[in-house]
Design a binder for this molecule. Structure first.
Ligand SMILES: Cc1cc2nc3c(=O)[nH]c(=O)nc-3n(C[C@H](O)[C@H](O)[C@H](O)COP(=O)(O)OP(=O)(O)OC[C@H]3O[C@@H](n4cnc5c(N)ncnc54)[C@H](O)[C@@H]3O)c2cc1C
Ligand code: SF4
Length: 327
């Protein structure tokens, strides 16, 4: 049973400046890009707004450009355009693989990079209809005062489940954020906070404009486990970027999604540089990942399954990239 959207007004700016100004002038308004997450959440009554600022008419957000220093991807680029761009597929394989693994083709032609990076966190007690949530008792994240996952705590553990973020983290992405004060650039990792109720470090009305990727990243890959292979959020998603010389690691980056309230880079991979990629290293990686993921009972798959799956995906990706000659 879905909630009526009621009287809804739409503002359609044609520049970033106008979009930011429109949000500033209308407190309580929301940006809408493809709407594939926002509208579902509004229909469920978990996000409320009577004015949407539509980003789909802003041409400057839809470009992928290269200037010899880096590749810039606009926040309004669709997931389908990203997945099918030959430069992205050639240079940033993890990113193309992640885009291709999001939802279904119908979502990917309209869903955007910005919407994916600013996706709300998810939980089985939250992503439900108004009727379901009122019958079960509302939770801490929305209108209630208890977390059904961790009733003793005072924090929401809803999981971030966007697929693009881990790929972008291992590739060293930075993002541009626009506000009424101008544009600031930060590493993508600084966009996220480990708090399921407030996981984005964005001030109200700030707009993600674009992301930047260094031109010569190491070989990379992305893999996820999900309940329905054709259309589903990751229960655990892993991106790896691996540079090797001969049998040894040169550099190794691993990032995860689906297990915590934020996507994150696994800490402590630097000491693997110079070591051979053998069973001992893979075993240590397995333990490192299992120690840092914090899945909670926010999906119908168990937390332990997601922990083990994250480590298994990591091991598999590292072996695959190495076998392909990650030079
Ligand atoms: C059935 C189904 C399956 C799905 N499966 C997956 C999946 O497997 N993996 C996955 O990652 N996602 C999945 N999604 C979620 C969604 O389709 C994608 O994440 C998509 O990329 C969201 O982009 P959008 O443009 O539609 O975002 P919107 O719904 O328009 O926006 C999402 C949020 O981001 C904010 N926002 C949008 N653009 C910006 C911006 N430029 N700056 C600041 N804030 C912004 C909006 O205000 C909103 O809060 C699924 C959705 C459905 C319905
Ligand atoms: S983790 Fe707890 S507070 Fe957060 S959405 Fe789930 S039940 Fe609600």
């Amino acid at each position: 049973m879905s909630t009526s959207l009621g009287e809804l007004r739409l503002v359609q700016p044609s520049t970033v400046k106008e979009a930011v100004a429109a949000r500033f002038e209308h407190p309580g308004s929301r940006f809408i890009a493809g709407g594939t997450d926002l509208i579902v959440n509004m229909r469920r009554g978990i996000i409320r707004s009577d004015l949407l600022v539509d980003l789909s008419g802003i041409d400057e957000l839809t470009e992928i450009t290269t200037d010899g220093l880096d590749v810039t991807i606009g926040a309004g680029v669709t997931l389908a355009a990203l997945a099918h761009n030959s430069e992205i597929a050639g240079r940033y394989r993890a990113l193309a693989q992640a885009a291709e693994a999001i939802a279904a083709p119908g979502h990917r032609v309209i869903g955007t990079v910005g919407g994916n990076l600013c996706l709300d966190t998810r939980c089985i007690y939250y992503n439900q209809s108004e009727w379901w949530r009122s019958a079960h008792a509302y939770c801490l994240k929305n209108r209630g005062d208890v977390c059904h996952v961790a009733p003793q705590g005072k924090r929401c553990h809803a999981a971030f489940a966007g697929d693009l973020a881990p790929a972008l983290l291992v590739l060293g992405a930075e993002i541009d954020i626009a506000s009424a004060q101008g544009v600031r650039r930060i590493p993508l990792s600084e966009l996220y906070v480990e708090d399921g109720k407030a996981h984005l470090a964005l001030a109200d009305g700030e707009l993600l404009v674009a992301l930047h990727l260094p031109l010569n990243p190491p070989p990379s890959g992305y893999a996820k486990v999900r309940l329905r292979g054709a259309i589903d959020f990751p229960l655990a998603g892993v991106a790896v970027a691996l540079a090797a010389s001969g049998p040894n690691v040169n550099s190794l980056r691993i990032a995860l999604t689906g297990t915590n309230s934020r996507p994150f880079l696994v800490a402590g991979t630097e000491p693997f540089a110079g070591r051979p990629i053998d069973e001992k290293l893979l075993h240590e990686l397995d333990r490192l990942v299992q120690k840092q993921v914090q899945p909670m009972r926010t999906t119908i798959a168990s937390a332990n399954y997601r922990r083990i799956a994250a480590a298994a995906l990591t091991r598999r990706l590292v072996k695959k990239l190495f076998a392909e000659g990650a030079a």
